[in-house]
Design a protein around this ligand. Structure first.
Ligand code: EPZ
Length: 419
């Protein structure tokens, strides 16, 4: 629990214009790709997030050099000295499992401690490991340590995933880039962040195609080189700012977004009665009318409604007229914002993977606790529309995925401070 808290004075309309920073869920696998490249990579539009700093600590522990100049993060991975990630670094951020494929692909060997579960529930990696085994990896797991090695070169494989896991798709891609033959991943995840990673690796000399579809092909190459690359915008941060405008009855222009990544999210805000106008690299949203409930909202793998937006949309739906039903199909424990929203006067019944939300005429500010990254963001969004002051603690969760959320929201009319 960190002592710093956000204090939000609710009741002010969010309005104005805001830029959206680079995507956390793209830059993390791209940093692993930088290690695989063995060169010097300059990563533009790199967000300033604690998860990015945690990844830089991992890269440095392996012998890479990392330095930031403005929004460019430069990674020099020409000489790496180790194939092991310490338990401490692994525990800091469970998504560091994506370094497994990169270290294995570069050094043919990797040791790291099993990533623990997280706030969203157990985060198994069975699909990652079975895919790497199909690529020829020998994997031993004992005393919580994973030891993986390739005996020979990767000569390609035909891998079908039991479910379109984002992390597993990324790990298999990273491990298959350097080698010979062709690796095909079927039932691959289609998230835009997967395509961003593939474009980054191709800029480093890889030969990947089909990314963004369910069938990705990776033709092995002898080696990679560094590159210049710009990270895609963060579609979940964009959806969060849209939720802030929606719940406060405001209007907002979001700059530097990719509307084509966000169709399912945009349509949810339209179902609530918001007017949304997507342009080439910006989205305008206004919520002039009272919000109405969304009958049934199901989270699904991309291009369906993203699980990461679910807590934020739940917060907005607490003020929408009528009954909304959310079915969370991706993670076991992703209604962590609900108990805190109840403290603010929301009417939510969450049971298993279903939550029923009855719109209420108002929310009241309260002292709340962020249980995970997106649940924390949901509390901030709710606080913007609550009467009185809402405090949100455990900001370390929010800082993992949002660049200075208070500065961003203050720039579009929120009365919010960190103390
Ligand atoms: C990525 O997590 C994102 N994280 C998550 O964002 C996001 O919620 C998730 O994809 C789904 O879109 C990063 O990109 C760093 P999965 P990941 O593998 O890769 C099960 C955020 O808030 N599964 O697609 O872990 C798993 O338990 C974070 O920014 C297995 O059973 O997601 C889950 O139920 C939260 N075995 C489902 O698949 C495996 O080997 C989806 O997981 C792997 C996954």
């Amino acid at each position: 629990m960190t002592e710093s808290r956000l204090y939000i004075e609710g009741g002010r309309k969010i309005c104005g214009e805001i830029g959206v920073h680079g995507a956390k869920n793209s830059v993390l696998p791209v940093l692993a790709g930088a290690l695989l490249s063995g060169g010097v990579c300059r990563i533009h539009n790199c967000p300033e997030l604690s998860d990015v700093y945690a990844s830089c600590r991992i890269l440095r522990s392996l012998g890479c050099r990392c330095g930031r100049e403005g929004d460019v993060l430069e990674v020099d991975a020409r000489s790496i000295s180790d194939y092991e990630i310490s338990e401490g670094l692994m525990r800091e951020m469970r998504s560091s499992i994506v370094f497994l494929g990169a270290i294995l692909g570069r050094l043919r060997r990797c040791r790291l401690s099993f990533p623990g579960g997280c706030e969203l529930g157990p985060r198994p990696i069975d699909i990652h490991l079975s895919g790497l085994k199909k690529l020829g990896a020998r994997i031993s797991e004992d005393h919580g340590v994973l030891d993986c090695s390739f005996s020979g070169a990767v000569t390609g494989a035909d891998i079908t995933l039991p479910l379109p896991s984002v992390g597993a798709t990324e790990n298999i891609m990273l491990a298959a880039v350097i080698g010979s033959g062709e690796t095909v991943i079927r039932n691959a995840a289609r998230e835009p962040e997967i395509s961003d990673l593939a474009e980054f690796l191709n800029a480093c000399g890889a030969s990947i195609s089909g990314h963004g579809s369910s069938t990705v092909s990776i033709k092995g190459v002898g080696g990679l080189h560094g590159c210049e690359f710009s990270v895609m915008p963060d579609r979940i941060v964009a959806a969060t700012y849209m939720g802030a405008a929606a719940i406060t009855g405001g209007e907002l222009m979001l700059r530097g977004v990719r509307p084509s990544d966000m169709y399912s999210t945009v349509s949810v805000y339209e179902q609530m009665g918001c007017s949304v106008y997507p342009y080439s690299d910006r989205i305008y949203i206004s919520a002039k009318k009272p919000l109405c409930a969304v009958k049934t909202l199901r989270t699904t793998p991309y291009p369906g409604f993203p699980t990461d937006c679910q807590p934020i949309v739940m917060a907005v739906l607490t003020r929408a007229k009528g009954t909304s039903v959310i079915v969370e199909n991706i993670f076991e424990n992703r209604f962590r914002a609900a108990p805190e929203l109840l403290r603010m006067g929301a009417d939510i019944k969450a049971e298993g993977k279903v939550a029923v939300i009855e719109g209420v005429p108002k929310l009241s500010g309260a002292a709340t606790v962020a249980a995970d990254l997106r649940a924390g963001a949901a509390l901030v969004v709710a606080g913007l529309a609550a009467d009185g002051t809402t405090a949100v603690s455990n900001l370390n969760y929010i800082d993992r995925g949002y660049e200075s959320i208070e500065t961003a929201l203050r720039s579009i009319g929120a009365k919010i401070r960190r103390a």
